[in-house]
Design a protein around this ligand. Structure first.
Ligand code: PMP
Length: 434
């Protein structure tokens, strides 16, 4: 239609130079994507002049929203001094010290550019440290694009409760990769215990996201965390806490909040203040594998690793993400989840919300799911979520295509009230009842 003429025209150009017209598989659209050209706090603006409240925040990255003053100023000041060097800068020490001071399980850290790289190097470190090659991960969980971390990123839960298969993520993935990954059904204590009992002392690491977003943004049960802690200790298996997304769950990180005994922690997104970043932190005796002065068991580098623009932007972002900021986000997140529940009750529709703190995920289910099997969506439910996503977009609300909502510090109750009102309008006037 005429209302999105500019986006439509841009997509025509994009289709000629990008396969599928985009450079990220996570861009979802009907006829064409909405091209944004500006953000400001909790709002973004598209090429056709429409404005949206941004609950996507680049897949949870922008915890202070767009153009947050301290981050922008720090990044511009650094750009005027130079964007990257072959030598270290003091900015990397500043950010490292800040993270080490906040996260109890991190003695030392290395910086990379993405969460994918962080997970890759953490797995390599665990292999080098233990001398084992196999890893375990959760069914449905996303950890970036390192082959082993990609196994069973999408699976269909088996109605007969068979063990989740190690599934290749693309045609041509070497079968050796799937044979080196053990897949666990998270929050299912019985099955996980039985699968792990067959893996005595064979796993280098279990990659754990304490609230994996793709399979439902469902928090791990405390008994489940306990099971993982016990297995890891008994079998000299390392726990990699993947907090690329969930570091924003607490001042001390996600593992601390859940009581998970992390040996290695992977970080990304919020620690870069909106600039590209990733990090691998851990206990000193483990991360020494990266120490090239001792012979570098695991070579780790990267042209843009610890680039000072990401370092200063991340530092400014984390300084502003102080304890009061976390407390405010926690209250606002609870308010959002309660608001969705109330709306669902009032309308008598099957809509529920999971999540903790500043992260919320909407589900086309009467009750919030607590396992992957409960989360799993039928084609009709998937369609409902897509329709909801687009109906909200038309009403000036941007959420992630999976129904993931990430709050930012410039938001207050009025933004949540707008979300609830638009949800109601979308469901009622578009007849999206389920
Ligand atoms: N791990 C988790 C838990 C993630 O959510 C993501 C990205 N959404 C990644 C790893 C990969 O991070 P990146 O996109 O920066 O490579």
């Amino acid at each position: 239609t005429e209302v999105s003429r500019s986006s439509r025209k841009l997509f025509e150009r994009a289709k000629r130079v990008f396969p599928g017209g985009t450079t990220r598989t996570t861009i979802m659209f009907r006829d064409h994507p909405i091209y944004l050209n500006r953000g400001d706090g909790a709002r973004v603006f598209d090429e056709d002049g429409h404005s949206y409240i941004d609950f996507a925040n680049n897949f949870t990255t922008l915890i202070h929203g767009h153009c947050f003053g301290p981050v922008t100023e720090a990044a511009i000041a650094q750009l005027n001094l130079g964007s990257c060097f072959a030598n270290p800068t003091s900015s990397e020490i500043d950010l490292a010290e800040l993270i080490v001071s906040r996260v109890p399980s991190i003695d030392q850290i290395r910086f990379v550019n993405t969460g994918t790289e962080a997970v890759m190097f953490a797995i390599k470190a665990a292999r080098a440290f233990t001398g084992r090659h196999k890893i375990a991960k959760f069914e449905g969980a996303y950890h970036g694009a390192y082959d082993w971390a990609e196994v069973s990123e999408t699976t269909t839960p088996d109605g007969n409760n068979l063990n989740p298969p190690a599934r290749a993520n693309y045609i041509g993935m070497p079968p050796s990769v799937t044979s080196e990954v053990v897949v666990l059904p998270f929050n299912d204590l019985e099955r996980t215990r039985s699968i792990l009992s067959e893996q005595e002392c064979s796993l280098a690491a279990i990659v754990v996201d304490t609230m994996p977003s793709r399979p439902g943004l469902i928090p791990l049960k405390s008994e489940y965390v306990e099971l993982l802690n016990e297995y890891a200790q008994k079998n000299d298996t390392l726990i990699i806490s993947d907090e690329v997304l969930n570091f924003r769950l607490g001042y001390h990180g996600a593992a601390q909040r859940f009581g998970l005994r992390a040996d290695l922690t992977t970080l990304g997104k919020v620690i870069g203040g909106g600039m590209p970043i990733g990090a691998i932190g851990g206990r000193e005796e483990i991360v020494w594998v990266f120490d090239s002065s001792r012979g570098s068991v695991v070579p780790q580098g990267g042209t843009f690793a610890a680039n000072p623009v990401s370092m200063v932007a991340g530092h400014a972002s984390l300084i502003a993400l102080d304890r009061p900021a976390f407390e405010r986000l926690e209250v606002l997140g609870d308010y959002a989840r309660r608001s969705v529940e109330r709306l669902s009750r009032d309308l008598g529709c099957t809509l529920s919300a999971t999540g903790l703190g500043s992260l919320i995920r909407l589900h086309p289910k009467a009750r919030p799911p607590s396992t992957y099997a409960q989360y799993f969506q039928s084609p009709a439910e998937k369609q409902f979520m897509q329709d909801l996503h687009f109906a909200l977009l038309e009403r000036g609300i941007l959420i992630s295509n999976t129904g993931l909502i990430a709050l930012s510090t410039p938001m207050n109750e009025s933004h949540i009230d707008a979300l609830t009102a638009k949800l109601e309008d979308a469901i009622v006037s578009e007849g999206l009842f389920r």
